[in-house]
Write a protein that binds this ligand. Structure first.
Ligand code: PLP
Length: 290
């Protein structure tokens, strides 16, 4: 594959970052994951906006949205990709050993794009198994989960524990015992026909898919409640699903010992999310033609 590195396309075999890069030394940097459908990067503006926000929360100056958008499109084109997984990484850059961000003069920008491999259909039909992790989500005043940070050990430890327990994904609680999110996704559940999801105040990444699903639920006439929830609330739910850019809307069949059916609200939201993607792709296409 061809990789965008700093200011140009290079072959994967030559896409090297220094061992003195503070992204490598300290996990000092941020990233975004995007998905392209038929050559159109879905909600690219929102992803670039969030990248800027993450950057500002770690006091990192970015090359700007326009530049990064250009790098993303160039990476897709160079690799002749239409349905793709895209990863944008921006690290503090190369600098002497030491924590001071001022040691690094220029951030390192990397854009990787790969063919998108759809999740197995069976996962959407049957749902996935999740566990409540013993690993607590980062405290908002430690590493705010709103920062899409390269420092991902919090999530990696929860994921490893989930794997040990035979689960697909983990749900992390915050230090007060409230439900936050999965290691790479946001959580939704249905109680008495009300769509519930942890609020940003619980300490989560405000997912772009989450935001779309909340809006679509409103369009469908569903009541949405964002708030603080305990594991007991989620165990009492009739349906559970998770959301993220790559999986979209994924049903959950079990959390710890509690089993759920793949319900009709999940199915409807999954379908309208797909429609939303198609509408977006069509609109971008017709803009390009005009
Ligand atoms: N929460 C975490 C911790 C994530 O890493 C992600 C995505 O990778 C999400 C939530 C979902 O965000 P989005 O819908 O923007 O992909």
């Amino acid at each position: 594959m061809q990789i965008f590195l700093d200011d140009r396309m290079v072959d994967e075999s030559e896409a090297m970052v220094s061992v003195y890069d503070h992204g490598f030394l300290y996990g000092d940097g941020i990233y975004e994951t995007m998905r392209a459908y038929d050559g159109v990067v879905f909600r690219i503006d929102e992803h670039l906006e969030r990248l800027e926000r993450s950057a500002s929360l770690i006091r990192l100056k970015t090359p700007g949205r326009k530049y990064i958008a250009g790098a993303v499109l160039q990476t897709l084109q160079c690799n002749h990709l239409r349905d793709a997984y895209i990863r944008v990484t921006l690290s503090r850059g190369k600098g002497p050993i030491g924590l001071d961000p001022a040691l690094c003069r220029r951030p390192t920008l990397v854009v990787i794009a790969e063919p998108f491999h759809p999740y197995p259909g069976k996962l959407y039909e049957d749902g996935v198994f999740m566990v409540i992790s013993s690993v607590i989500r980062n405290h908002v005043r430690a590493i705010n989960p709103m920062i899409k940070s390269l420092n991902f050990l919090n999530n990696i430890l929860a994921k490893a524990e989930a794997k040990d327990r035979g689960a697909y994904e983990a749900i992390m609680l915050n230090a007060d015992g409230h439900v936050t999110e999965g290691t790479v996704c946001n959580i939704f559940f249905v109680i008495d026909d009300i769509l519930c999801t942890p609020s940003v105040g619980a300490g989560i990444l405000d997912g772009i898919t989450r935001d779309i699903v909340i809006n679509l639920a409103g369009v469908l006439g569903l009541t949405v409640r964002e708030g603080l929830f305990s594991p007991r609330d989620i165990f009492g739910a009739s349906e559970v699903f998770f959301t993220n850019t790559t999986a979209e809307v994924m049903p959950v069949s079990q959390i710890d010992d509690t089993v759920y059916h793949v319900g009709s609200i999940t199915g409807r939201l999954r379908a309208v999310y797909r429609d939303e993607v198609e509408k977006y792709v069509r609109a971008k296409r017709s803009n390009d033609v005009l």
